[in-house]
Design a protein around this ligand. Structure first.
Ligand SMILES: [Fe+2]
Ligand SMILES: [Fe+2]
Length: 278
């Protein structure tokens, strides 16, 4: 089936950003002044740089097999964008250390188990299909980040980082998928990647968030109260059930004829990038 979205729209453009994290005075609780919400976001942010390097490796493995010049160009744009995301997120993650959090203990564990031990134990095609599923999750989160007011409660520099990242995740959302279609279009390969992606994403996200929360001097009651407050705030800003985004993303992905471009939100990304002059 021909893709209705023009190839220019689906070709990612690499933008060099240089967010002023060091001068921005990002508070420790930068999301709604709430430690639970902040550390859930920080937890996800810690996963990005090593995760995005994994995405690049997984796709790069098949670069020689991609003959279509249009797709090759899109793949190069994807590498460039993910590389820039990792770079900016690493700069943002350094702020956590300046704020006094120990993130190295988590990062060492995550890199060792996920990328030194697990990654080489999976065949390349599963690494690619895991990347495809994770890209679908980032694109789904990205659509939320740009269409709902949730990030209005973030410190401005963190909001800019996350909305720029979101817009580019939408721009390149179908690249890894189209590579997998070229290399191995079997449905069960795609679904196997989804299973690995779900366990890895939610497992590591939970560990990272818990590791950061454990560094707050808060009693059990205080943590419970912050969690309840976080849920109320999130409900108000997102107007959807907890995990609804992921449930919908998984159901979409499980359709046999699924393609990331079925959901046309390129306009959403373009409008945001235009609003910030990029
Ligand atoms: Fe990214
Ligand atoms: Fe991505």
């Amino acid at each position: 089936m021909e893709n209705a979205t023009p190839i220019e729209t689906r070709t990612p453009k690499v933008r060099k950003m240089d967010f002023p994290f060091a001068d921005a005075d990002v508070p420790r609780w930068w999301l709604y002044d709430n430690p639970v919400m902040t550390h859930m976001a920080n937890g996800l942010n810690l996963l990005f740089p090593p995760g995005e390097r994994f995405f690049i490796r997984s796709v790069k493995h098949y670069l020689d097999r991609i003959e279509d010049p249009g797709l090759r160009k899109r793949v190069k744009g994807f590498f460039g964008q993910e590389g820039r995301h990792g770079h900016e997120h690493e700069r943002a993650n350094r702020i956590l250390e300046l704020q006094g959090y120990d993130i190295q203990r988590f990062l060492k564990l995550y890199e060792k188990i996920a990328f030194d031990v697990l990654e080489p134990s999976f065949p390349p095609v599963l690494r690619l299909s895991t990347t495809v599923a994770l890209e679908h999750f980032t694109a789904s989160m990205a659509a939320n980040a740009l269409s709902l007011p949730f990030l209005d409660g973030a410190h401005p520099v963190m909001r800019q980082l996350l909305r720029w990242h979101a817009a580019e995740e939408i721009e390149h959302k179908s690249v890894a998928f189209d590579v997998l279609q070229e290399v191995d279009p079997r449905y069960r390969v795609r679904v196997a990647g989804l299973i690995i992606a779900v366990t890895q994403l939610f497992g590591w996200w939970t560990v990272a968030t818990a590791m950061l929360m454990s560094q707050e001097q808060l009693s059990r009651e205080e943590k419970r109260a912050w969690r309840a407050e976080a849920e109320r705030t999130r409900m108000k800003a997102e107007r959807q059930q907890r995990f609804e985004l992921f449930q919908r993303a998984i159901l979409d992905y499980l359709r046999r004829d699924f393609h990331p471009d079925d959901r046309d939100d390129y306009e959403l990304a373009a409008a945001y990038l235009e609003s910030v002059g990029r």
